[in-house]
Design a protein around this ligand. Structure first.
Ligand code: PGA
Length: 253
């Protein structure tokens, strides 16, 4: 059975002290208020990873990174490898976020390499896909998202593909306050799952968690999470406020 996951993407926000305070609030509220099988992950900036991981200890809240290199090691100033994350026992890494695609030129070919490195280091990649507004308006969003999934994932054998978590994040909904309707989310999640089934099998496709991301808030989370193909959320802005984020995790049921 596929897992239910609520992941916070803190992006490039918070000082060290603020990050520690937020993590500790989230951990406290999750342990006292949330009694579900959903996995809660905080994807924090690189320098905070070991500190937050230590702080979370054996809590049910897990930590994740927001990116990793396509290389193992070497003269790549400023980069962080999947092996480094593995050596710190970081279980999750976001790959292919639309901000990485847009501002750092990441494309499918590069992301396929990063996915391979993350899997080789036994990390769980949270692979992001999703269309910009102009593609949605042109009506070619299904084609683009299927292509993004193919380029980054379809070289994987079935066993490896099952280790991926996918996040469908329409770019027009990220940070805009304009969330996809639950019908739009469900439609695209079903398209992605069907595409995975056509490449692998319906068993493999139904074992892969597909999260929705894009202006998820406490007041829209329940409806989004109730869609049959939505297995949780990747939450940006709302993950920076402990009360809001924990309420989203609660909506996972
Ligand atoms: P948002 O960001 O929740 O602020 O829209 C989501 C994301 O970028 O993962």
């Amino acid at each position: 059975m596929r897992k239910k996951i609520v992941a916070g993407n803190w992006k490039m926000n918070k000082t060290m002290a603020e990050a520690q305070a937020l993590a500790s609030e989230v951990m406290g509220m999750i342990s006292s208020e949330v009694n579900s099988s959903a996995i809660v992950v905080l994807c924090v900036p690189f320098p905070y990873l070991p500190v937050i991981k230590y702080q979370l200890g054996k809590s049910v809240v897990k930590v994740g990174a927001q990116n990793c290199s396509e290389y193992d090691s070497g003269a790549y100033t400023g980069e962080v490898s999947a092996l480094m994350l593995k050596s710190m026992e970081i279980p999750y890494v976001i790959l292919g976020h639309s901000e990485r695609r847009q501002y750092f030129g990441e494309d499918g070919k590069l992301l396929a390499k990063k996915i391979d490195k993350a899997l080789a280091a036994q990390l769980t990649p949270i692979f992001c896909c999703g269309e910009p507004l102009e593609i949605r308006e042109a009506g070619t969003h299904e084609k683009l998202v299927k292509q993004q999934v193919e380029e980054a994932l379809f070289h994987l054998p079935a066993e490896a593909a099952q280790k991926i978590v996918i996040a469908y994040e329409p770019v027009w909904a990220i940070g805009t306050g304009k969330t996809a309707t639950s019908q739009q989310a469900q439609e695209m999640h079903a398209v992605i799952r069907k595409h995975l089934a056509s490449k692998y099998s319906s068993e493999v496709a139904s074992s892969i968690s597909i999260l929705y991301g894009g202006s998820v808030k406490a007041d829209n989370a329940k409806e989004l999470f109730s869609c049959p193909d939505v297995d949780g959320g990747l939450v940006g802005g709302a993950s920076l406020k402990s009360r809001e984020f924990v309420d989203i995790a609660k909506a996972m049921g």
